[in-house]
Design a protein around this ligand. Structure first.
Ligand code: AMP
Ligand code: TRP
Length: 328
């Protein structure tokens, strides 16, 4: 049997090359070896306030970017999380077996909570909802970037705990990181992960940025005070640019080393910018086609939801039976 793959991205901000290299492009590579479900996780997005009209727009944009990146809707399901009510339902059932201490320890919770004046309960529950997304479909593989590994450990702990209390119910999911690009750093500050929520036009390259903007951002990326690439003595900014290049081109580590050793930073940046522009060009072209076709996206989302609902309903029914709540 083919493994089932599940992953998701929040429809907030603009998807960037970290999302592309850490998640999306890996999904595209893995999709035909598996039965994939890719979610636009709008219920996760609202754990922090989102302007409603903008959120509605971002949900569609995110779905269109999935397809533009090469997710094939004839084979892979592209699901808006809130359209399959079982995500929220299973989340509650799992909440009841989740020790509070597990959630308080999550580093993303602590980071996000530190930035809030008042901490919403949804922010604490965030990893339980993520566990529900995964366990709902009995997923075997979860392709994500490195920042999600702790959430996935919690998902496995939770599945194990539920199975121990109520009997074998959930499949144990495995984390799958990309070989290169699991953690892309900010261009302005290579000690911080590239993130949708970080302000500043020089921080992230968006998947839909026009070529001129991509070039400008990369040419301005922070490097260090050395004049050229030296693999024996390399700062995180240069390392990050090389990683971006390698992930977009698929070159081996050896090829990268031979090509870039001794190259001046100006030329390095130009070469990286060329690779990013070339890598994103087909995605941007397809995005324009997809969004120009009226009704297409809605059709894909409706068909995908209809395809996965029976599976979701089956799991929730089983979990309810196991826990003893009413199922008639
Ligand atoms: P998010 O933008 O938080 O919804 O993340 C969606 C997916 O992109 C997850 O699989 C993340 O691990 C991945 N991701 C986000 N930021 C990065 C990054 N800077 N480098 C690599 N992967 C990332
Ligand atoms: N928490 C993930 C992120 O921000 C998004 C996400 C939600 C997810 N549900 C998921 C990822 C299920 C993988 C599987 O990156």
């Amino acid at each position: 049997m083919k493994p089932r793959i599940l992953s998701g991205i929040q429809p907030t901000g603009s998807l960037h090359i970290g999302n592309y290299l850490g998640a999306l492009s890996n999904w595209v590579k893995l999709q035909y070896e598996s039965e994939p479900i890719f979610c636009i996780v709008d219920l996760h997005a609202i754990t922090l306030y989102q302007e409603p009209a903008e959120l509605r727009e971002k949900i569609r944009q995110t779905a269109a970017v999935f397809l533009a990146a090469g997710i094939d809707p004839a084979h892979s399901s592209v699901v808006v999380q809130s359209t399959v009510k079982e995500h929220a339902e299973l989340c509650w059932l799992l909440t009841c077996v989740t020790p509070l201490g597990w959630l308080e320890r999550m580093t993303q919770f602590k980071d996000k909570a530190a930035k809030q004046e008042s901490i919403g309960d949804g922010l604490l529950q965030y990893p339980v909802l993520m566990a529900a997304d995964i366990l709902l479909y009995q997923a075997n593989l979860v392709p994500v970037g490195e920042d999600q590994t702790q959430h996935l450990e919690l998902t496995r702990d939770l599945a194990q705990r539920f199975n121990a209390i109520y009997g074998e119910t959930f499949t144990m999911p495995e984390t799958r990181l990309p070989a290169v690009g699991a953690r892309i750093m900010g261009l302005d500050d290579p000690t911080k992960k590239m993130s949708k929520s970080t302000e500043g036009s020089g921080h992230a390259v968006a998947i839909l940025d026009p070529p001129a903007v991509i070039r400008k951002k990369i040419m301005r990326a922070t490097t260090d005070s050395l004049p050229h690439v030296d693999f024996e003595n390399m700062g995180p900014g240069v390392q990050n640019l090389l990683t971006i290049h390698q992930a977009f081109t698929g070159w081996s580590g050896d090829q990268i080393r031979r090509h870039f050793q001794g190259m001046r930073y100006g030329d390095l940046k130009k070469t990286v910018a060329d690779a990013v522009v070339a890598g994103l060009e087909p995605v941007q072209k397809k995005y324009a086609e997809i969004t120009a076709e009226p009704g297409y996206l809605d059709r894909v989302l409706a068909e995908s939801a209809a395809r996965v609902r029976p599976l979701a309903a089956q799991t929730v029914r089983l979990v309810k039976e196991r826990m003893g709540v009413y199922t008639a």
